[in-house]
Design a protein around this ligand. Sequence first.
Ligand SMILES: *[C@@H]1O[C@H](CO)[C@@H](O)[C@H](O)[C@H]1NC(C)=O
Ligand SMILES: *[C@@H]1O[C@H](CO)[C@@H](O)[C@H](O)[C@H]1NC(C)=O
Ligand SMILES: *[C@@H]1O[C@H](CO)[C@@H](O)[C@H](O)[C@H]1NC(C)=O
Ligand SMILES: *[C@@H]1O[C@H](CO)[C@@H](O)[C@H](O)[C@H]1NC(C)=O
Ligand SMILES: *[C@@H]1O[C@H](CO)[C@@H](O)[C@H](O)[C@H]1NC(C)=O
Length: 368
Amino acid sequence: MTGQRMDKTLVDGLLVVFFWSLGCCFIEGSSQTEVNVNKYITWDDIKVDDHLSRLSTYGGDDRNQSRSVIVVDKNGRGDAVTVQGAIDMVPEYNTKRLKIYITPGIYREKVFIPRTKPYISLIGSQNNMSATIISWNNKASDTDSNGVELGTYRSASVTVESDYFCATRITFQNTVVAEPGARRMQAVALRISGDKAFFYKVNISGAQDTLLDETGSHYYFNCHIQGSVDFIFGRGKSLFQDSVLQSVAKRYGAIAAHHRDSPNDDSGFSFVRCKINGTGKILLGRAWGNYSRAVYSYCDMDDIITPAGWSDWNYPERQRTAVFGEFQCKGRGADRRGRVPWLKAFNIQEVSPFLGTGFINGAQWLKL
Ligand SMILES: *[C@@H]1O[C@H](CO)[C@@H](O)[C@H](O)[C@H]1NC(C)=O
Ligand SMILES: *[C@@H]1O[C@H](CO)[C@@H](O)[C@H](O)[C@H]1NC(C)=O
Ligand SMILES: *[C@@H]1O[C@H](CO)[C@@H](O)[C@H](O)[C@H]1NC(C)=O
Ligand SMILES: *[C@@H]1O[C@H](CO)[C@@H](O)[C@H](O)[C@H]1NC(C)=O
Ligand SMILES: *[C@@H]1O[C@H](CO)[C@@H](O)[C@H](O)[C@H]1NC(C)=O
């Protein structure tokens, strides 16, 4: 992740300009008085009637929100032929759940969901993560139309900046394969900076820097996340439960690079009952920032974990302040005899805040 901090300053500036230009073009938008209608995410938010969704259901003038399913079909039998086309149909400051149902196929496009469009669900068809794929192939060193390097943040195939986002039965992919030793090969598949997001049966697939869990509280349940170096990274506060973390590292790599600068920051990555497998020798986590926080509990680790387990990112002072833990994990990779001595020894009381949706304040936004 060389150069990440430099990127961020630059990219933030560009995004402000981007939003400014978006803001001027939209006149439509429902009133803000309807807030809190959808304060909780429920299973209904990721369900569509499969029969209904085969039809084109979103009439342009149709304000009947109970029928708010936009169908994306690349062969033209829906309301839009691209996922971005469907996102563009969502009114600004929309206050109700809007489901975007995507028929099977590979959608080769970059998708951007701005923060002005909350309550969006992306729903693939069939009970299968691999039938609907959104795939692009930008890397950090690519340049935009102005010749400016994209940097890690803007390499994302899919970007979600809005709150209350849900996704299910879908693959978010970045196909860039990092060559060993090559620079600026960060290639994000999904960047999420919206708050309160739910991912169920979603496959997030890439190599270096696959999932940028940038900020906000997120719940990943029954997901598959695949990558090589720092493949789950950012400042998010996220629970990864009953999911597969698959390393595609050729030789070395790392799963979590959580970024936290202060002990008062409540962010962190918690992995509960996850399966860790694949290739390489990988670290469980690297301390990005003095107070980086990542905890693995009840996980099953194949023999692909570097014995030391964790890295201080070459800042020895972080050994005192990083919060890294492993609690009751099993499998050959979970052998802690070679681990760094500064790994925290959690007891059940200390680990319990990390174990459930309480860690992400789920009582305030999840009803599953
Ligand atoms: C909205 O759609 C639902 C389901 O199709 C239907 O039952 C209802 O009558 C519609 N309401 C209006 C105002 O059109
Ligand atoms: C999932 O979908 C992919 C692509 O359509 C297909 O190749 C695969 O067999 C499906 N898997 C299952 C378990 O249905
Ligand atoms: C996830 O997506 C990648 C890329 O399409 C694919 O290679 C992999 O098999 C998928 N994993 C699962 C569990 O569907
Ligand atoms: C990883 O584990 C999952 C869940 O047990 C399994 O479905 C998958 O095939 C495994 N993948 C590899 C590469 O071992
Ligand atoms: C991290 O800790 C070091 C050493 O204590 C300190 O010099 C540095 O300012 C800290 N970084 C941040 C971002 O607080």
